[in-house]
Design a protein around this ligand. Structure first.
Ligand SMILES: [Mg+2]
Length: 173
């Protein structure tokens, strides 16, 4: 039950993702959500730390692409100054955007991780394509893009995982 929603890992922030960690996993690329994964949903540009994190990945030869369900203007404003490719109106959990991201990065499914803060979009869609999924604790509490229904389902999944003894970032703190 809920296996299709289950990420491979739970992390409290993207800074837990390091080139060393990815190298060990044989990972060469990162497909990442934007809102509440990299920055707060209502912040427009990358923080200094996020910009540094992206640079660190690139220096290590790891490619980064944004796949966001948000509008072009929003995603572009974030990604362009960083010089990274982006996909807007991605319609996650549908598969097309993940496949487009793989094509853009010129990587295979087993060479990327998918980072996101939502089970029903970021994680579910990537799991279906057998990508390595990592659920990031939302950067901010409220998210203009998240419906109450999504959070309701997530709460149920987390409770089910807790009963099974699977640790989420809720227990990591
Ligand atoms: Mg998000």
């Amino acid at each position: 039950m809920y296996n299709f929603l289950l990420p491979k890992e739970f992390i409290t922030s993207v800074y837990e993702i390091t080139p060393e960690k990815l190298e060990k996993l044989g990972i060469k690329g990162i497909i990442t959500d934007l809102d509440n994964t990299l920055i707060e949903w209502n912040r427009h540009e990358a923080t200094e730390e996020i910009a540094k994190w992206v640079k660190e990945m690139e220096r290590a030869g790891i490619k980064v692409i944004i796949a966001s369900n948000n509008k072009e203007a929003r995603v572009k404003r974030f990604a362009e100054p960083l010089g990274i490719p982006f996909i807007f109106k991605a319609r996650k959990p549908l598969g097309a955007a993940y496949l487009a991201a793989l094509k853009e990065l010129q990587l295979n499914r087993n060479e990327v991780i998918m980072l996101g803060d939502q089970l029903l979009t970021d994680i579910m869609g990537a799991n279906r394509l057998k990508l390595y999924t990592i659920l990031v604790k939302p950067v901010a509490e409220s998210d203009g893009m998240v419906t109450k229904f999504n959070r309701f389902v997530e709460r149920r999944v987390f409770n089910a995982l807790k009963r099974k003894g699977i640790k989420t970032w809720e227990e990591k703190e």
